[in-house]
Write a protein that binds this ligand. Structure first.
Ligand SMILES: N[C@@H](CCC(=O)N[C@@H](CS)C(=O)NCC(=O)O)C(=O)O
Length: 281
């Protein structure tokens, strides 16, 4: 499992790197970023996985997420994968839309042709990439947590709900909480998993909770000026599901904030502190 270094830059006393590798899961080259904070020789550090939203690569959060100062202070490794396979042979949206295909893998393993061959982002982020990062960076695999934005918030919450012992904390910015019920999700899950809604439930946060998944609690921030809030995000559905299932949810509605990285970067350090608290010891 060799990785190629694309770039490294010293930042806040640690190293921000970008790396490329040949992925067995997706059958393509994949690029990801890792920030390693300053640390003592031989130390093993907790890791926060960050899953990005539609149209993003690793670069959006790496360049605009403003996570490094807090990660350096708290001693957290921060990993940001891409959001889909890419390459000349990878099929995308028939009309080149931004919400399906390239940049829009939705963190599922597709079962439908022609996507099933490459679109295996669930396996990539939960299995292959963790092994690669563990083999190449000083992480403590007992102390992992996960967060994400929008489509990546959906990814983070579903990954955490299905692996509650591996990820000690989960949080999200503006997550898609019920993809089976909103246009972005219905399009993606139909395309990747086929028309049977039963197959969608294990990739839908609200459905997973309705079906009995448990978690220690979530921190979720949404912007009240987010154009996607009412039609695509619907945080009220997560609130109702968590209340019914007795899952602690801290849902913060931030007045005036939109869907962008100006919003995410404002609350990033709150989220990292919340993760660090749960990754201690
Ligand atoms: N306005 C975008 C909609 C997609 C979007 O807002 N993507 C969010 C994630 S769901 C994002 O992070 N975009 C990249 C960025 O802001 O850097 C478009 O039409 O392309």
């Amino acid at each position: 499992m060799t990785i190629q270094t694309v770039s490294t830059n010293r930042s806040h006393g640690g190293v921000q790197g970008v790396y490329r590798h040949a992925s067995q899961a997706t059958g393509t080259d994949m690029v990801f970023s890792v920030y390693v904070p300053p640390h003592a020789d031989g130390a093993r550090l907790p890791v926060v996985w960050y899953l990005s939203g539609l149209t993003c690569t690793h670069a959006n959060v790496t360049e605009k997420g403003e996570f490094r100062r807090a990660c350096a202070e708290l001693g957290l490794i921060f990993v940001a994968p891409d959001t889909s396979p890419r390459g000349p042979d990878v099929p995308g949206d028939a009309n080149n839309a931004y919400d399906f295909g390239l940049g829009a893998g939705f963190y599922v393993d597709a079962t439908e042709a022609p996507f099933a061959r490459n679109y295996r982002m669930w396996s990539y982020v939960t299995d292959e990439l963790p092994k690669i990062v563990s083999g190449n960076f000083p992480l403590d695999a007992r102390r992992q947590s996960i967060m994400g934005h929008s489509m990546g918030g959906h990814g983070a919450l579903t990954v955490a709900l299905r692996n509650p012992h591996r990820y000690r904390a989960a949080s999200a910015f503006a997550p898609i909480v019920a993809p089976s019920q909103v246009p972005w999700g219905i399009k993606a899950l139909t395309g990747y998993l086929g028309p049977s809604k039963e197959a969608w439930r294990s990739h839908d946060t609200v459905a997973l909770i309705e079906d009995g998944a448990k978690y220690s609690g979530f921190l979720v921030d949404v912007g009240e000026a987010d154009n996607f809030l009412k039609e695509q995000l619907k945080p009220e559905l997560l609130q109702a599901a968590c209340t019914k299932a007795n899952i602690p949810l801290t849902l913060r509605r931030q007045p005036g904030y939109d869907h962008s990285y100006y919003f995410i970067s404002t609350f990033m350090s709150d989220h990292l502190r919340w993760h660090a608290e749960r990754l201690k010891g």
